[in-house]
Design a protein around this ligand. Structure first.
Ligand SMILES: [Zn+2]
Length: 160
């Protein structure tokens, strides 16, 4: 059985008991999450989210990049979210990731690309929270807070 078969089978079962076709697009709980793409993180589970509750924006590192900001600006201005939670995690593959390593591995095509690795996890979360707070495209009333998720325990801790 291929992955394609597996996911289509899972979707068939999901759709078979699906009863959420009436949800509205604006997140019911009016918040957004920015977190890492790491497969060990399931924000819906560790934050208690149901379909329709919140926006979840994911990328390598859970960083508030220009593109994550683009999503947050749309999330707030078009879809009514009022706050964002930035969630980094212990054991993130972006900790210590060097551009030089990636450039060496990928060759000239990757030359201009910044892979945005970082050395200090808490500081990376703080910088992302600051990027939200300082964005001229989000109002001061839009709140942001940072957390670190522990992949060993499933627990969040606040980053101040
Ligand atoms: Zn990660």
């Amino acid at each position: 059985m291929t992955v394609r078969d597996e996911i289509l089978g899972a979707n068939e079962r999901y759709a078979g008991q699906f009863d959420k076709g009436d949800l509205r697009a604006p997140p019911a709980r009016r918040f957004a999450v920015v977190t890492c793409m790491d497969a060990r993180l399931d924000p819906a589970k560790f934050l208690g989210l149901a379909e329709g509750d919140a926006h979840v924006i994911r990328n390598a590192g859970g960083l508030v990049t220009d593109d994550a900001l683009r999503s947050l600006v749309i999330s707030h201005h078009e879809l009514g979210t009022q706050e964002a939670y930035v969630i980094g995690h212990e054991g993130c593959g972006m900790i210590g990731l060097e551009n030089s390593h990636m450039h060496e591995q990928l060759g000239p095509a990757a030359e201009g690309m910044d892979f945005l690795g970082f050395s200090d996890l808490d500081e990376a979360v703080r910088a992302s929270v600051r990027a939200i707070e300082e964005s001229p495209l989000l109002p001061d009333t839009f709140r942001a807070a940072g957390f670190v998720y522990d992949v060993g325990t499933g627990r969040l801790r606040p980053v101040s």
